[in-house]
Ligand binder design. Structure first.
Ligand code: ATP
Ligand code: MG
Length: 710
């Protein structure tokens, strides 16, 4: 039987893996079956892990999920009102008699508890410092580890309150006012999250630009947000490499009219020595960079500020920040998130998805330049009074054991990274993580792309010792927080599937052509959401029309994610790719994720990207770009074997006509494959690639044109 209950009654623990997967996800499910027999025996561990798709019929937590989820979407106003009262402190709480949710997806004017007043920084810091008669102030709020593993610092809630207040006072001192946009272009030093929080404290809107972007990309973002203030650092460090951030900022001011627009450039110094404070001055002589008239030396200025700043009273719908998407599918979109709804959703999802408990050390190793860094490095853990871990360096410095070493040294409990990092670390073998004590871990997270089951299993077995829950969190810059994910100890895991909607998220699968809701299971379509939720972005910066057209008017009444999904026979969601990337071969619609997952199923393939290429008979044929593991050689046999992986994993119709072995793939700086570039290359349209400013290594484009252009 395909029924989840019938299948699972006969299946102890992992047995459910043997249920016949539907053809179109066979590639996602067919990787080597787990060798572990303890998947249900996590009880010796302090935190019980989720069963890997175990007997749902006897899992009371799963039925509690179903009940709570049903309640949350049948009366969302009541659900979110209750959560808001539970999780946030308000200066003026949302009135109990008013509806929580105003506006609609149709009209594109959604608001959550407008009129309520709060401050996100106060919620993230002050109230925890004040908790338990002030004793909460000694809890550790942030642990930071720099480029060198020996360079670490930690900050209690009291210390955070002082530092963030001082930065807030420094910003005010330089003329930043409520509502002003502050562009933050900084390395992952403690002052980055602190500056974001300081902006929130004084009601300024932060716009963080990832400190790997070029002067052009930075300049365009400064201009688009009409930001008069830039906060940066003299240099950034990544694996001993020095990135001249201040020079890039100087350059960005030569773009557009930025020289006239920008009033102040506030510069932190990466190696500033507080103990020399008496000798340090704010004058230019002492600065380790060439100071311009607009530049302000931040460190000495901050240090002389008062250690308390009154938090600004903000409306729940006041803007909190602007952030750009990764630009995987087109020109990056500048999304606007607001105060109350975002804070609620960040707090709620962090606690729910990661089962965050008192004293947990939460390590999300994303950069603050992306939404994952906003919600899960800065806001989520702190809003819950937890300890957030901030990481400056790379997973490869000084060697491929860096993450595991950090987990051991800091006794990290929750670790959150991206599939691309897992796939690259896998290439170095199991022996590296084996060298470290990873027993502090309880939850492992994945985000950013579909995780192929092979990488999932490696993560689960080698990092989680088959005891931790792996949460596959699906969400977007636009959604503010997780919208589809499993929940530790509550919902089952299924490798390759982000599983089931978060509480309060009313997901539907729509027929891409007709826009009709596709009911039932074992179905495909586009993923959409039927009701507003607190964390959703309210608009695209300065372009509400684009917001409406991209998300809300394509399928009226729904928020359109732009991603295609398969809902399997058990009702679990698999993201199969981007709508724009869907392959259509002889009338078969094929998701990129299935074919790519089959390709990386070959032991010599490290990463893969597939795109459709115009074909006179089939409509499209498949072109695959693959990166081999270290030391592997390209050969005709290998190409044949890769095709076989796809034939057996997905079906003969999906076999790629072209396989290009390439030294690397076009990845965005946030680690996502930019398939639109590959599509243009194979179609012979490399002269119109579109916006490629978010590519991590633009030079790869020429290599690929050389190899793959027709
Ligand atoms: P742009 O919108 O500019 O094209 P982007 O969509 O890559 O860029 P992000 O908001 O950073 O920008 O990424 C969100 C997208 O990442 C999702 O729409 C989805 O395609 C993908 N994604 C994120 N998490 C997951 C996941 N757990 N499983 C599958 N896909 C995921
Ligand atoms: Mg997107």
């Amino acid at each position: 039987s395909q029924s989840i209950f019938a299948a699972l009654l006969t299946a102890a623990c992992v047995g459910a893996f043997s249920t016949t997967p539907a053809p179109s996800t066979s590639a996602l499910l067919s990787s080597t079956s787990s060798s572990s027999t303890q998947l249900c025996e996590a009880k010796d561990h302090e935190h019980a892990a989720s069963p890997v798709y175990d007997a749902i019929s006897t899992n009371t937590a799963f039925s509690s999920y179903q009940t709570r989820h049903a309640e949350s979407i049948s009366n969302p106003s009541a659900f979110w009102a209750k959560e808001a009262h539970k999780r946030l402190s308000f200066f003026t709480p949302p009135p109990k008699s008013h509806p929580t949710i105003h506006g609609s997806l149709e009209k594109g004017d959604v608001k959550f508890f407008p009129g309520a007043k709060l401050n996100v920084c106060y919620n993230a810091i002050d109230r925890h410092a004040l908790a338990r008669n002030g004793k909460g102030g000694n809890d550790v709020a942030m642990i930071w580890e720099g480029d060198e593993p020996t360079d670490t610092k930690s900050f209690t809630y009291n210390e955070m309150l002082e530092k963030v207040s001082q930065i807030a006072n420094a910003l005010k001192n330089q003329g930043v006012k409520k509502g002003d946009v502050v562009t933050i272009y900084m390395p992952m030093i403690p002052e980055l999250p602190m500056t974001m929080l300081a902006c929130a404290r004084i009601g300024a809107v932060h716009s963080v630009v990832f400190a790997g972007f070029s002067a052009d990309a930075l300049g365009a973002r400064i201009h688009a947000s009409q930001s008069q203030f830039v906060v940066t650092a003299d240099i950034g460090l990544r694996g001993t490499k020095k990135i001249p951030l201040k020079d890039i900022v100087n350059d960005s001011l030569t773009k557009f009219d930025n020289e006239n627009l920008v009033d102040k450039v506030m510069v932190y110094e990466r190696f500033y020595d507080d103990s020399n404070e008496d000798e340090e001055t704010e004058d230019s002589e002492a600065a380790p960079y060439d100071m311009k008239p607009k530049d302000i030396r931040m460190n000495p200025l901050v240090n002389k500020m008062k250690p308390y700043c009154v938090p600004e009273v903000m409306d729940a719908e006041d803007e909190l920040f602007i952030l750009y998407t990764s630009g995987s599918t087109g020109l990056p979109k500048g999304l606007v998130h607001t105060t109350g709804g975002y804070a609620l959703y960040a707090a709620f999802t962090t606690q729910t998805t990661f089962n965050l408990e008192k004293g947990d050390i939460f390590a999300c190793v994303a950069d603050c330049g992306w939404i994952t860094g906003h919600t899960y490095v800065v806001y989520g853990a702190l809003l819950n009074g937890g300890t957030t871990f901030v990481f400056e360096s790379t997973p490869m410095y000084p060697d491929a054991g860096r993450y595991w070493d950090m987990i051991q040294r800091h006794k990290i409990n929750v670790f959150y990274t991206a599939p691309t990092a897992i796939r690259s670390l896998m290439r170095y073998g199991d022996s590296i993580p084996k060298k470290y004590d990873l027993s502090s871990l309880k939850v492992l997270g994945s985000v950013g792309e579909p995780i192929n089951p092979e990488a999932w299993r490696w993560y689960y077995e080698n990092i989680g010792n088959s005891k931790c829950t792996v949460v596959d969190t699906y969400w977007q810059t636009e959604t503010g927080g997780h919208i589809v994910t499993n929940i530790p100890g509550v919902t089952p895991m299924k490798p390759g599937s982000c599983t089931l909607p978060m509480y309060g998220i009313d997901t539907v699968v729509l027929d891409a052509q007709t826009g009709e809701v596709v009911e039932g299971n074992d179905v495909e379509g586009v993923l959409a959401i039927r009701q507003p939720w607190p964390g959703m972005a309210r608009t695209c910066l300065g372009d509400h029309k684009r917001y409406m057209a991209t998300y809300l008017t394509q399928y009226p009444g729904y928020y359109f994610t732009g991603d295609t999904v398969y809902r399997d026979s058990d009702g679990f969601i698999f993201v199969t790719g981007r709508c724009d990337d869907v392959l259509n071969v002889s009338g078969h619609r094929i998701g990129t994720a299935e074919v790519e997952s089959a390709l990386v199923g070959h032991p010599l393939v490290a990463q893969a990207a597939v795109v459709g290429k115009p074909h006179p008979i089939k409509g499209q044929s498949i072109s695959a770009f693959v990166m081999l593991v270290e030391g592997a050689e390209e050969s005709e046999d290998l190409i044949k074997e890769m095709k076989m992986e796809v034939r057996s994993g997905v079906g003969p119709f999906a076999s790629p006509d072209q396989i290009v072995v390439s030294p690397s793939l076009p990845m965005t700086r946030s680690g996502k494959i930019m398939r639109r570039v590959l599509r243009k290359i194979v179609a012979g349209e490399a002269d119109s690639l579109g916006d490629v400013s978010t590519l991590a290594d633009p030079s790869i484009v020429d290599v690929l044109i050389e190899k793959a252009a027709p």
